[in-house]
Design a protein around this ligand. Structure first.
Ligand code: NAD
Ligand code: UGA
Length: 465
């Protein structure tokens, strides 16, 4: 393997594998990158004009190098055999049953990808954990690889957690705060670490590529997500105090964020954090702490998730209370279904929880989101424990125009901070709503004064209006 003709395979063509390895191909024209997945529909979409993920800037990157040095394929074995470096970027959801259900990460996909590598590899490989995994997963991967591989083949395992956020994945990958590579601190481990560091060095400044031991690297990923989510739960906890006292949570966040030790980022109160990872990774940390007989530590991190659930139920209660204690037969326009702006991803979106309760309260729900597919909304809301298909059909209508969604509505509930919601013609919206017309701003980003001047009754998280 030389630096010039390096071959990379990425197992898992999801939100992480796709953008991450597409950027590697884009920045390293002499490296051949093949992204594989068992899901043939997903691969077909990656090979089409309509990529399976909405992510600003992603199309440009993929279209610039697809067919040149970037390939999407469902021929997993062939890609493994040809590769020098293999990223394992498969999903690691929370376990739904068995030991650790509801907390531990389900490592079945990581294990099956690892076993596949062991079975089909005919030459030595560097195997890279890209998925977010519990501390010491690399040890299990090593055991599987070593017990199942052919003679004379060597596997080095690296941890290279991903820190991109959805909606900003491309700039996050192009200009990362840091790239983290963990390895066993043996001569071979460090050699493998250097091979991967050289790939990133094609566009990431050397001082931002940091190396450490495997276990620190694995834990740093869980720790970073836990610390980020903890900031949101902290500001959300303060938002409850603000609503009760007359303080304004944005002002409090601004005042605190100016302290350089605290910093201004990730202090935006909201209806609650969503996304596929914060809750999953914290629960994973809780499980790890419990397994290590550290109940106080487990309880500490669990509170971050508890606070997030409380924030959603607090918002729901406020909506019901302001709408005269009943939602029955009321028309609610839900603006935004994605877990944050600039993504079509709905995993763990606060909107799912809120709409579930609106259905239970017998409201008619009109959903508008500029990017989320209709089929995705239906799938999310027809999950067991959310609503039955009959309840869904009876209660939910999807709109492709916000003005239509708000027509004859009693209230608008804003759940995602899409920029376009700031610039709607709210006079037009108001004219076509039932009166009194309410807006519940779950993102604290609309112009409250302007809305009040139009005649809206406005409710905002984190301040009295
Ligand atoms: P995803 O569900 O979008 O993609 C995972 C893909 O892996 C799926 O397409 C699935 O079909 C495929 N897959 C599973 N097992 C396979 C196998 N044995 N062989 C081939 N393909 C297989 O998940 P994601 O959001 O990309 O997350 C992947 C990992 O990255 C998770 O561990 C997650 O915690 C972590 N992560 C995610 C983000 C994010 O923003 N989504 C950010 C950082 C880290
Ligand atoms: C998060 C982390 O930011 C990434 O570093 C990490 O790689 C990723 O998880 C992961 O491991 O999956 P992501 O979930 O894509 O990224 O998006 P964030 O920008 O972190 O937002 C998560 C949730 O928190 C969203 O619902 C967002 O609206 C909410 N949020 C964020 C707030 O409510 N307030 C804030 O101040 C920031």
């Amino acid at each position: 393997m030389t630096k010039e003709n390096l071959k990379i395979c990425c197992i898992g063509a999801g939100y992480v594998g796709g953008p991450t390895c597409a950027v590697i191909a884009y920045k390293c024209p002499t490296v051949t990158v093949t992204i594989v997945d068992l899901n043939e529909d997903r691969i077909a979409a990656w090979n089409s004009d309509n990529l399976p993920i909405y992510e600003p800037g992603l199309d440009d990157v993929v279209f610039a190098c697809r067919g040149r040095n970037l390939f999407f394929s469902s021929e997993v074995d062939q890609a493994i055999q040809e590769a020098d470096l293999i990223f394992v970027s498969v999903n690691t959801p929370t376990k739904k049953s068995g030991i650790g259900a509801g907390f531990a990460a389900d490592l079945a996909y990581v294990e099956s990808a690892t076993r596949r590598i062991a079975q089909v590899a005919t030459s030595s490989k560097i195997v890279i954990e890209k998925s977010t995994v519990p501390c010491r997963t690399a040890e299990s991967m090593r055991a599987i690889l070593e017990a199942n591989s052919r003679d004379g083949i060597r596997f080095d395992i690296l941890s290279n957690p991903e820190f991109l956020a959805e909606g900003t994945a491309i700039p996050d990958l192009m200009y990362p705060d840091r790239v983290l590579i963990g390895s066993l601190q043996t001569p071979e481990g460090i050699k493998a670490q250097n091979v991967l560091a050289d790939v990133y060095a094609n566009w990431v400044p050397k001082e931002k590529i940091i190396t450490m031991g495997l276990w620190s690297s694995e834990l740093s990923k869980l720790a970073a997500n836990a610390l980020l989510a903890q900031r949101i739960s902290s500001i959300n906890a303060l938002s409850a105090i603000c609503e009760a006292t007359g303080a304004d949570v944005d002002e409090v966040a601004y005042a605190c964020g100016l302290d350089s030790r605290i910093g201004p980022k990730f202090l935006k109160a909201s209806v609650g954090f969503g996304g596929s990872c914060f809750q999953k990774d914290i629960l994973n940390l809780v499980y790890l702490s419990e397994s290590l007989h550290l109940p106080e530590v487990a309880e500490y991190w669990k509170q971050v998730v508890t606070m997030n659930e409380y924030q959603k139920s607090r918002f729901l209660e406020r909506i019901v209370k302001r709408l005269f204690n009943t939602l029955t037969n009321k028309n609610l326009a839900v603006f935004g279904f994605a877990f944050k702006k600039n993504t079509g991803d709905t995993r763990e979106s606060a909107a799912i929880t809120l709409v579930k309760h609106f259905i239970q309260e017998k409201a008619n729900i009109h959903i508008y989101d500029p990017k989320v597919e209709d089929a995705q909304i239906e799938m999310d809301l027809c999950e067991p424990g959310i609503a039955t298909p009959e309840q869904y059909k009876k209660s939910v209508t999807i709109f492709h125009d916000p003005y239509e969604a708000a027509k004859n509505a009693d209230a608008i509930v804003v759940l995602t901070e899409w920029d376009e919601f700031k610039t709607l013609d709210y006079q037009r919206v108001y004219n076509n709503m039932h009166k009194p017309a309410f807006i519940f701003d779950g993102r604290l980003f609309l112009d409250t004064k302007k809305l009040q001047n139009i005649g809206f009754q406005v409710e905002v998280i984190g301040r009295q209006v």
